[in-house]
Design a protein around this ligand. Structure first.
Ligand code: HEM
Length: 469
């Protein structure tokens, strides 16, 4: 394997873990090995972080890394639909979310988005807030119990963050509270799915037989869907029988949604696909980003004190309310910086519908044109000290400018995340309540290392110490 080089940002403030770039481009064989046992961010070499448009020939596909912001804009802003999602999206996600809005393209996508948009009136931030606050209250109580039991020892906060965000989304979609068993099942099954999906993709790229990985992906997909499919079936039956007592959640809106051209409702399978997507996209990403934010905080006691003071001043010591969250600029900047350093969706794969020639490189239909938030967020052209943790950067004019132009954790253009506002409100609330209730520290020794599978995960959870304030 090529040699790693030293951290290139020694003069910057605290630099949290990221894979030290390799000195040289790895060979095909090295890439396979790294991709199989770790992930694509471990394959990156020094120049990848600054190149404008990189290219790599893999055995079955040619891949381009689109880094320069003018090209990023061409791919993502895409008003004419010239850069649809690449087939890779299907390999990765179809077993879990079928042909839902995240992976579909063209007219099919536009019709799905038209059907789903009204459902997101119910994630209208103010209406969702009491549900978020109730789920947050429950998780704080559990964390207090865990902290008492742990008596100063670290525990992994990753499953707890998955629980609270999955609970929020469960309450908003289905008007049902997520049980501990369901939370545990989703956490472990989806964790396994991430590895299976990643290996499935590596085998596809290299043209190797899929060795049962595809079958395993479908089996895990069925199990995760099995957590909520019975709720959907029961609600559809209630709706048909006119007995759904006027529930006003996302599920009710999707049951009532009609195709803009044919006027037909979603079929039962389509409904479960869309809900699987909203459920997964709606909790896993936020949970991971929260875990990274807590880890970053654990390294910075002064920042915790500063944010604690901000929270106490705004809330007067009461539980965080809807209006308070909007005023908590420090907490919001912490989450923005966690999303910049560790964007949960690390790469966005597209393909051109017609050949384009950029920087003397020809990109053809079928080629992968990847915009990677991971790289855009760590490019020194876009951000000063890009690998360093500095939430105050957003309060400077350059930081505010970069936030507008080169901060893309939710994507941009027509395919931008439907839940961006929802996620940021939810995360600020959960972070504020954790900071209000606990001091967080990091045990001596190992730091979490990022691994980029479907989402950017820590390699071995987030083991942190929580001391009640
Ligand atoms: C921190 C949390 C989140 C992150 C980082 C995130 C990130 C993203 C990204 C990057 C995309 C665009 C992918 C692309 O262009 O290829 C996306 C799409 C999407 N997200 Fe999120 N997301 C988050 C939370 C949520 C939540 C809370 C929901 C729902 C409640 C949600 C629902 C969706 C949906 C439905 C799409 C597909 C939109 C379309 O293609 O029209 N996401 N998300």
């Amino acid at each position: 394997m090529a040699d790693p080089v030293a951290d290139p940002a020694p003069k910057c403030p605290f630099t949290p873990p990221y894979p030290i770039p390799l000195r040289n481009k790895p060979t095909l064989l090295e890439r396979f090995r790294i991709g199989w046992f770790q992930s694509w961010i471990q394959m990156l070499y020094e120049r990848t972080y600054t190149m404008k448009l990189g290219s790599t020939q893999l055995p079955t596909v040619k891949a381009f890394m689109v880094n320069e912001m003018s090209l990023v804009a061409k791919v993502l802003d895409d008003p004419e639909g010239e850069f649809p999602k690449h087939e890779l999206m299907n390999v990765l996600l179809e077993p879990m979310i079928g042909n839902s809005i995240f992976v579909s393209n063209g007219e099919e996508w536009a019709n799905q988005r038209a059907m789903i948009n009204p459902a997101f009136v119910h994630t209208n931030l103010k209406r969702a807030f009491p549900l978020m606050a109730a789920a947050t209250g429950d998780i704080i109580a559990r964390m207090k119990d865990k902290a008492r039991e742990a008596a100063g020892q670290p525990f992994d906060v990753d499953p707890l963050m998955t629980h609270v965000t999955a609970d929020v989304i469960f309450r908003t979609i289905f008007s049902v509270v997520l049980t501990e068993k369901q939370a545990h099942d989703v956490y472990t099954l989806f964790g396994r799915y991430q590895t299976v999906a990643q290996r499935n993709t590596m085998l596809t790229f290299y043209g190797f037989p899929r060795l049962g990985y595809r079958w395993r992906a479908y089996r895990l997909g069925r199990k995760v869907r099995g957590v909520f499919a019975p709720i959907v079936e029961a609600r559809v039956a209630e709706h048909k029988a006119g007995k759904d007592d006027g529930k006003k959640d996302i599920l009710a809106a999707l049951i009532e949604a009609r195709h803009p051209v044919t006027g037909k409702p979603f079929t039962a399978k389509e409904l479960v696909d869309q809900l699987a997507l909203v459920f997964l996209a709606g909790h896993e990403t936020t949970a991971t980003a929260l875990g990274w934010a807590l880890y970053l905080l654990s390294e910075c006691p002064d920042l915790q004190d500063k944010l604690h003071a901000e929270i106490m001043e705004i809330t007067g010591g009461a539980p965080t309310g809807y209006e308070h969250v909007k005023a908590m600029e420090g907490v919001r900047n912490l989450f923005r910086e966690a999303l910049r350093l560790y964007p949960p969706v690390g790469f966005l794969p597209r393909t051109p519908s017609e050949k384009v020639v950029w920087r003397e490189k020809e990109i053809k239909p079928g080629d992968l044109a990847i915009v990677a938030p991971w790289l855009v967020h760590r490019n020194p052209e876009n951000w000063s000290c890009p690998h360093s943790f500095d939430p105050d950067r957003f309060a400077t004019p350059e930081g505010a400018e970069a936030l507008k132009n080169a901060w893309i954790p939710f994507g941009r253009g027509p395919r931008i995340c439907i839940g961006a506002g929802f996620a940021q409100q939810e995360a600020a609330l959960i972070l504020a309540e954790i900071i209000r209730n606990f001091r967080i520290s990091h045990p001596e020794g190992r730091r979490p290392q990022p691994i980029a599978k479907l989402t950017l995960r820590p390699d071995q959870g987030f083991s942190l110490i929580f001391a009640p304030r």
